[in-house]
Write a protein that binds this ligand. Structure first.
Ligand code: FAD
Ligand code: 2HG
Ligand code: ZN
Length: 476
């Protein structure tokens, strides 16, 4: 879908001219892309649903280069969109009209690592998986992990406040990011790159940039806590027939596994059918069950951890909470189970046009939403699926259609937002608002809160050049 499909007007921004391009070239040399074939991939989002019309991609390597670019863009009132790995799922990372794309892909240096304190400082364009590999050689790890780790960048993760697969154990980026550096719309560099855990000197400005989706500044470097890499990791996969049982797996897992519990993820049978169909993956359990739950433990004593997990499984079996279960201790088997969970989004993408929702809900009514939607959408959708981070109360609801369908969309929205708001949930648990969800912010935030957000935006970016049309509701 392009801008014409949405009922919005291009903002009152300047258009890039030859003089602008010359200025960019004087700062970046040949790292200014204008060849339409090279620019094209940056205009299209991961889901291949949104397409921008940008004619320029800038590929800075340093904070100073970004600062010079922003100073110029602000002076000329040129709109920009910061882009990391372009794996965002709400249309935040691609232009809506002709915004200049500032890609951080070449800002991929580790700046320092304090192995004693476990504090990493790196540029924002470092790919999450590369950072984790770098740390694994030093017995450390990144505190977050997600299916997009091979392409997403730490700056993109921080700017969306990504949650992921181990938030349950290590907490959110609001806690793990110790500091960051950001360039404001004016080109001013805010260096808040603290490496200490405790720092109560005034307002915690970095928190404003975490989750601000590139609307308040461009994150150029991040200082982040890196936990010790666990020596022993085990994965159990269990299957259940009801969502009540899935909840009991979580409760029992927390009780019996305690401090070694590192992830609890669930997916329904429709998800399993799709990863089988499109990615030829298969689980070590039969495929006719309603729900699958992945439980991971991470600790320091293998036999102790394995014994605890076995006892947990025995308890779940004997109390009839699960139908069947298996434990994986070797890498290949664990990786296979994790792949089935992590690659669900990729499998869904191959099935058709996806309507993606990411909500926080009380556990007890989480899957009720999927059942209700299945009933509502009936044969209008090719498939309806539910999965997610059960340990965080975060459901991923996806409906897939054969083509773009206004009828299908109208059956889902605003119903899903109203249903979620009625239960005091969040209409975006971890993916952010981006372009697609910006207009629905009021289902989760009060008018006063949104108005305060606008005041922050006006203060930091008075001309509104940073990622326009995103995050804050559009005023028609
Ligand atoms: P992009 O997609 O490039 O950008 C995301 C947003 O941040 C955009 O608004 C962009 O303008 C802004 N931005 C990017 N870099 C900067 C910067 N340096 N400064 C300022 N703004 C910037 N999310 C989760 O929370 N949990 C998951 O488990 C999860 N799993 C995923 C699995 C898959 C297969 C995919 C495709 C996506 C998944 N996501 C998940 C969504 C997404 O949020 C993450 O992939 C990731 O955090 C985005 O990082 P990125 O570098 O690709 O950012
Ligand atoms: C995940 O947890 C991602 O796999 C993607 O957040 C969610 O596809 C989705 O809806
Ligand atoms: Zn997720």
């Amino acid at each position: 879908l392009t801008a014409q499909h949405y009922d919005i007007k291009r903002g009152d921004y300047s258009k890039v001219n030859d003089v602008d391009i010359e200025l960019f070239q004087s700062v970046l040399g040949d790292r200014v892309l204008t060849d339409p074939a090279l620019v094209e991939p940056y205009n299209v989002d991961w889901m291949r649903i949104m397409r921008g019309q940008s004619k320029v991609v800038l590929r800075p390597k340093t904070t100073q280069e970004i600062s010079k670019i922003m100073r110029h863009c602000n002076g000329r009132k040129l709109a920009v969109v910061p882009q990391g790995g372009n794996t965002g799922l709400v249309g935040g990372s691609v232009p809506v009209f002709d915004e200049i794309i500032i890609s951080t892909s070449l800002m991929n240096n580790v700046l320092s690592l304090d192995e004693t304190a476990g504090v990493l400082v790196c540029q924002s364009g470092c790919v999450l998986k590369d950072l984790d590999n770098y740390l694994s050689e030093r017995n450390l790890m990144m505190p977050l992990d997600l299916g997009a780790k091979g392409s997403c960048q730490i700056g993109g993760n921080v700017s969306t406040n990504a949650g992921g697969l181990r938030l349950l154990r290590y907490g959110s980026l609001h806690g793990n990011v110790l500091g960051l550096e950001a360039v404001l719309a004016s080109g001013e560099v805010i260096n808040s790159l603290s490496t200490v855990r405790k720092d109560n000197t005034g307002y915690d400005i970095k928190q404003l940039f975490i989750g601000s989706e590139g609307t308040l500044g461009i994150v150029t470097a991040v200082s982040i806590l890196t936990p010790v890499r666990p020596k022993s990791v085990n994965v159990a996969l269990v299957c259940c027939d009801t969502f009540e049982q899935v909840q009991s797996v979580f409760v029992t897992g927390r009780k019996l596994l305690g401090e070694i519990l590192s992830a609890v993820e669930f997916f329904d049978s429709s998800c399993y059918q799709l990863v089988k169909k499109h990615l030829s993956l298969s689980l070590p359990l039969s495929s006719h069950h309603q729900f699958y739950v992945l439980i991971e433990t991470a600790g320091s004593n293998h036999s102790h951890d394995e014994e605890k997990l076995s006892l947990c499984l025995e308890e779940l079996m004997s109390s009839n909470v699960i139908i069947n279960g298996t434990i994986a201790t070797d890498y290949t088997k664990m990786k296979n189970i994790w792949n089935c969970r992590e690659l669900i989004a990729e499998a869904i993408n191959k099935e058709g046009v996806t309507y993606k929702y990411d909500v926080s809900l009380p556990l007890k009514c989480m899957y009720e939403l999927v059942d209700i939607m299945r009933e509502r959408l009936k044969d209008k959708a090719l498939c309806v699926l539910g999965y997610g981070h059960i340990g965080d109360g975060n459901l991923h609801f996806n409906a897939v259609g054969g083509s773009h369908s206004k009828e299908l969309l109208d059956l889902i929205e605003p119903f899903i937002f109203e249903w979620t708001a009625d239960r005091k949930g969040s209409i975006s648990a971890e993916h952010g608002l981006g372009f697609k969800k910006a207009n629905f912010i009021n289902y989760s935030k009060t008018d006063e809160t949104v108005s305060l957000m606008r005041r922050f935006k006006d203060l930091l970016d008075p001309k509104g050049i940073l990622n326009p049309y995103k995050t804050l509701p559009r005023i028609h």
